[in-house]
Ligand binder design. Structure first.
Ligand code: GTP
Ligand code: MG
Ligand code: NA
Length: 343
């Protein structure tokens, strides 16, 4: 019913996969940014987050004749590193997402961290969509900038189509070996049992409309309960960072509830719980990555789901990956401290 639909929060989507499969580049392609080019060695070493408003998603998917309306206000995407040494960050991302994109390089097929990511997602029964990326690297690929994938495929030579089919079949077999049924999304008649594959290019944008639309529609359709907004604050610290002019800040993902400037909060510290109050609530502009320095928007309050940079005193020893608690009126600080340290 209407009321319920209006009360959905943005789904949180984690993008995971083996190193250099194009996770950050895919997000750059959707955002129109160049985050990947600025990374040391082209390697992601932190968790990132970006908010995509529904208007942008609709704009990007209009060629697929999507409905003129989405039920969710937007999509919050968490970028994770694929390098083998960052299992903890992949785990942190997969622990708080509602849905995920598992990126596979079409030229490489399944790789060690693809399988590791897959297992992290399976552990929590998280739905995911496979982005079979780098289709533009198929020999002889004709670029069709930002086109839906089926439209782009129609422009390809027989050789490219054959090579594409061969590689897709191989990837499906590799997933099968992991005990998982997968199928190209437009052939998939049993979403939920069979995982969908969306071929994409992060360089020329083919398949991006399909990926976005499938993600949002699938979340809206199958996760109404999970995505129904609740007031109780649910919030996780993603990263602890020193920012010029702000001191030590924490980047958090607010999954549910509202945070206000001045709220008294407790976060887990390396030695002891940290009790402090929110000095400022900052968010990056929509379509901007929180881990990249930019101009922040200041807010009196922020409603979930969002990624937020919090400035406050005493955050130097905050522990990433733990929960942030808000001390409500009449709530016991000591009790909150105990809960905070249980993480
Ligand atoms: P990590 O975060 O370090 O695990 O890597 P990643 O998965 O985020 O991959 P990244 O975005 O850093 O891309 C790795 C390399 O692949 C870069 O040189 C990209 O330009 C290139 N790349 C990514 N996507 C595509 C694509 O669709 N086509 C082509 N041709 N190159 C791509
Ligand atoms: Mg990356
Ligand atoms: Na990379």
């Amino acid at each position: 019913n209407e009321e319920r639909e209006e009360n959905l929060r943005s789904p949180i989507c984690c993008i995971m996969g083996h190193v250099d499969t194009g996770k950050t580049k895919l997000l750059d392609c959707i955002r129109g940014t160049h985050v990947q080019e600025g990374e040391a060695g082209g390697i992601t070493q932190q968790i990132g987050a970006t908010y995509f408003p529904a208007e942008n998603i609709l704009e990007r998917t209009k060629e697929l004749k999507a409905d003129a309306k989405l039920k969710v206000p937007g999509l919050l995407v968490i970028d994770t590193p694929g390098h083998e040494s960052f299992t903890n960050l992949r785990s942190r991302g997969s622990n708080l997402c509602d849905i995920a994109i598992l990126v596979v390089d079409i030229m490489h097929g399944l790789e060690p961290q693809t399988i590791e990511s897959l297992n992290l997602l399976r552990r929590r029964n998280t739905e995911f969509i496979v982005a079979l990326n780098k289709v533009d690297r198929l020999f002889g690929w004709k670029k069709c900038k930002n086109a839906p994938i089926r439209k782009a495929m129609k422009q390809q030579s027989v050789d490219v189509v054959n090579e594409f089919n061969r590689r897709v079949t191989e990837v499906i077999t590799q997933f099968k070996e992991q005990g998982l049924n997968t199928e190209l999304y437009y052939k998939n008649r049993e979403m939920g049992e069979t995982f969908s594959i969306v071929p994409t290019s992060a360089i020329s944008g083919e398949g991006i409309p399909d990926l976005l639309l499938l993600l949002v529609k699938w979340a809206e359709k199958s996760m109404v309960e999970k995505l129904t907004y609740v007031d109780k604050v649910q919030c996780t610290v993603l990263e602890v960072k020193v920012i010029e002019g702000h001191g030590t800040t924490i980047d958090v993902v607010l999954v549910n509830g509202v945070l206000h400037e001045g709220d008294q909060i407790v976060v887990c510290g390396t030695q002891e719980p940290i009790v402090t109050s929110i000095r400022s609530l900052l968010t990056p502009q929509p379509l901007k990555e929180i881990r990249v320095k930019g101009t922040y928007m200041h807010h009196k309050e922020v409603k979930a789901a969002q990624c937020i940079k919090i400035t406050a005193q005493g955050l130097e020893h905050a522990v990433a990956g733990t929960a942030l608690h808000v001390i409500g009126p009449g709530e016991d600080v000591e009790e909150a401290k105990k809960t905070a340290m249980e993480d």
